[in-house]
Design a protein around this ligand. Sequence first.
Ligand SMILES: Cc1cc2nc3c(=O)[nH]c(=O)nc-3n(C[C@H](O)[C@H](O)[C@H](O)COP(=O)(O)O)c2cc1C
Length: 219
Amino acid sequence: MNLTEILNWRYSTKEFNPTKKISNEDFEQVKTLLQMSPSSTNIQPWHFVIADSKEGKERITKGTQGFFQFNEQKIKDASHVIIFCARTDADDKYMQHLLDQEEKDGRYPNKEVKQMVFGARNLFTNIHRYDLKDLQHWMEKQVYMNMGSLLIGVATMGIDALPMEGFDLKLIDEEFGLRKKGFTAVGVVSLGYRTESDFNDPTKTPKSRLPEEEIFTIL
Ligand SMILES: Cc1cc2nc3c(=O)[nH]c(=O)nc-3n(C[C@H](O)[C@H](O)[C@H](O)COP(=O)(O)O)c2cc1C
């Protein structure tokens, strides 16, 4: 499939085949997608809680009670479920931790370059912390970019996905003790394989998008 075909093949899967699991080998690549996503200043303000067992998925369904019931089965039947968590702060300790990792990965030919990157990342972070006062929101945006790249990336592997915001994220934070660890849940993605009966499959219910002439300005 070329990219256009892949983009039309993928859709928000509403019914997962509960008997079909993503192989360990494929899931290793999915983890690479999550790890390798780009982020502004390489801030990587994320953590992922991943469930592939019945028990793990049951715990995640604590966030689909009441109003969010409509998403419950999509968790239970999925092969793997990923909770996307964003940092609630980027303190000095974390900034130093990022710098140390980059040094370990061989990004700094000398102390000057290292210091320059450290300064630039702190500058950007402080613009968001103090001037724009949207540090947490900015970090969440980076997490959403990661979610977007996951959705397209898994489609290239023939894996179906459903992103979900229809979740009681406060309950998810509590269930996994996320806030104490400096994180908060921003969304959940189910992964697996579509059933033949899924009404939302584009061969049954066509996808809908605004037309090109409306969304593009070509200069
Ligand atoms: C951030 C985000 C949150 C979403 N939340 C839900 C959800 O809670 N439940 C659901 O069934 N679909 C959810 N969707 C699916 C969207 O409705 C779907 O992506 C959109 O209609 C476009 O269709 P497509 O993904 O099939 O191309 C969500 C999508 C995104 C990107």
